[in-house]
Unconditional design. Structure first.
Length: 271
């Protein structure tokens, strides 16, 4: 009889422990349910650089505009919330997301294995080809293979900076890296001769070059193709699923194509 009572006590204790664990997991999931939170508030706070035309920048009407902004507005609409944009230097976007300053980032955040450890990504919504950019009269640099001994500008905290430091430099030899908080300042220094080259995609540079008359050019083959996606705080599968569903619907009903053509003057490449 004592043995039976002891077994009942062990089973009861185990049930209590499992119940407590289940309860804790449920609470954890509930506290991490970003989708329910933004739908309850009726608003999604979206982090952007705000200085990266034609993706996201301040328009003449003092409102944020651009490809990313239109994508984010459409996503918010399909999630039945309003989009609120908050600008931040790129290097502060991911830390801000992790601290809860933003609900999501829609600012050309490239998907990388390292970033996947810190944040969650939606499916990609654009692929950008990156090339070396130099002054028009520069005949020394014909590709990134000529970067050795040169001074190269790049966005602080970007995937391009990681590429220069970890992939390219060990391959071609040492070069100096100057980091910047925005593309405009990078190109200004390139045009003034304070740096020898930068790397970026042509879509991003075109409007800045046209507006400022910078005498620069792209050289060599595309270095890499970066896939950008919507970034959210780690552990929000419902939120990611909802975003992916909205992106898929946008592509199916032609909304995505319309936004792409509006900003880049050509149809999106076939997937």
């Amino acid at each position: 009889m004592k043995k039976i009572k002891w077994l009942f006590a062990v089973v009861a204790a185990s049930v209590l422990v499992l119940s407590a664990c289940g309860s804790n997991e449920t609470k954890k999931e509930a506290s991490n349910d970003e989708l329910s939170k933004i739908q309850k508030n009726g608003e999604m706070t979206i982090g952007i650089m705000g200085t990266y035309a034609p993706y996201n920048y301040m328009g003449k009407d003092k409102e944020y505009t651009g490809f990313d902004v239109d994508i984010a507005k459409e996503l918010a609409k399909r999630l039945d919330v309003k989009a609120k944009f908050v600008a931040q230097d790129f290097s502060g976007l991911i830390p801000g997301l992790q601290k809860g300053k933003f609900d999501a980032l829609v600012s050309q955040v490239t998907i990388t294995d390292e970033r996947k450890k810190a944040i969650d990504f939606s499916d990609p919504y654009i692929t950008n080809e990156v090339k070396a950019i130099v002054k028009e009269n520069n005949g020394d640099i014909k590709s990134v293979n000529d970067f050795k001994g040169k001074t190269i500008g790049v966005g602080l905290g970007t995937n391009d900076e990681t590429y220069l430091r970890n992939d390219l430099m060990p391959k071609v030899g040492n070069f100096k890296i100057n980091t910047y908080d925005d593309v405009i300042t990078t190109l200004k220094d390139l045009d003034a001769g304070r740096i020898d080259a930068t790397i970026n995609n042509v879509f991003a540079l075109k409007p800045i070059v046209e507006e400022n008359g910078y005498k620069i050019k792209a050289v060599g083959e595309a270095i890499k193709a970066d896939k950008a996606a919507v970034a959210v705080k780690k552990g929000n599968p419902k939120f990611v699923k909802a975003i992916n569903s909205a992106l898929e619907d946008m592509k199916k009903d032609g909304t995505y194509k319309k936004i792409f053509v509006k900003w880049f003057g050509e149809e999106p490449p076939a997937e």
